[in-house]
Ligand binder design. Structure first.
Ligand SMILES: [Fe+2]
Ligand SMILES: [Fe+2]
Length: 233
């Protein structure tokens, strides 16, 4: 074992600890690129998920609906991290395996933390709309997303435990869908080009000239998430 540890192993993919932040011009270019790129051929499971979301929350793109999507978006990364830690426990006598798995955990956590920023930003924007809380909104936008996240956690965990590529494929579809939905959302709101954006709780995510640029950046993040998952296919 000592001989194999004389040199550091080359990991398959570089570990990304942060996602790229683009300037306003780059953001516009990348939004157009997304709109010009056809969507992935979604799996049946992904299509059922998207249709289910449309049935529950409507086809209209609203901030409320995107907040629900962001609650669900973190889930696969959480399951992958959990499963990978268990694999580390199992292979604790093999340092090279531990290193490879640890790099994977860091990658998953980076994506998960990025999704957490998205959720924080959406939660703040929705709260700013100041809609009154009704019984329906509490059921639909508080309770139901938690149930969806609970169910999705088990699906993602099971897929990853059985065959990791199945879970990565489902996530790549989910992220591709999110990337396109955010790009479309920006085109539907030309007024956002001149709406200033500021945040009290998510300042560290970045500063943007306008609300449209914020959502262009989030959409680009979703593309990076998709590409990370595609690397595992
Ligand atoms: Fe997201
Ligand atoms: Fe994402």
């Amino acid at each position: 074992m000592t001989a194999t540890l004389q040199t550091r192993p080359t990991v398959a993919a570089p570990v990304v600890h942060d996602l790229p932040k683009l300037d306003p011009q780059q953001l516009r270019v990348e939004q157009c690129r997304t709109l010009d790129t056809p969507r992935r051929r979604y799996s049946l499971a992904a299509r059922l998920l998207f249709v289910g979301m449309d049935l529950m929350y409507g086809r209209k793109r609203t901030l409320d609906k995107f907040r629900v999507l962001e609650i669900v978006a973190r889930v696969p990364y959480q399951t992958w991290e959990t499963v990978t830690y268990k694999q580390i426990t199992k292979r604790h006598r093999r340092p090279l395996d531990i290193r490879r798995l640890w790099d994977r955990v860091l990658e998953f956590r980076t994506q998960q933390d990025n999704e957490q920023w998205h959720l924080l930003i959406l939660a703040e924007l929705v709260a700013r709309e100041g809609k009154p809380a009704t019984l329906r909104s509490k059921l639909w936008y508080d309770l139901l997303p938690r149930l969806i996240a609970f169910g999705y956690w088990h699906v993602a965990w099971l897929l990853y435990a059985l065959k990791p590529t199945w879970s990565h494929r489902l996530n790549a579809d989910f992220e591709d869908h999110a990337e396109h939905e955010y790009a479309q959302l920006v085109t539907e709101h030309p007024e956002w080009e001149s709406t200033p954006y500021f945040s009290v709780v998510a300042e560290e995510y970045g500063t943007f000239d306008c609300l449209a640029d914020l959502f262009r950046q989030i959409g680009h993040d979703e593309r990076v998430h998709k590409q990370e998952s595609e690397q595992h296919l």
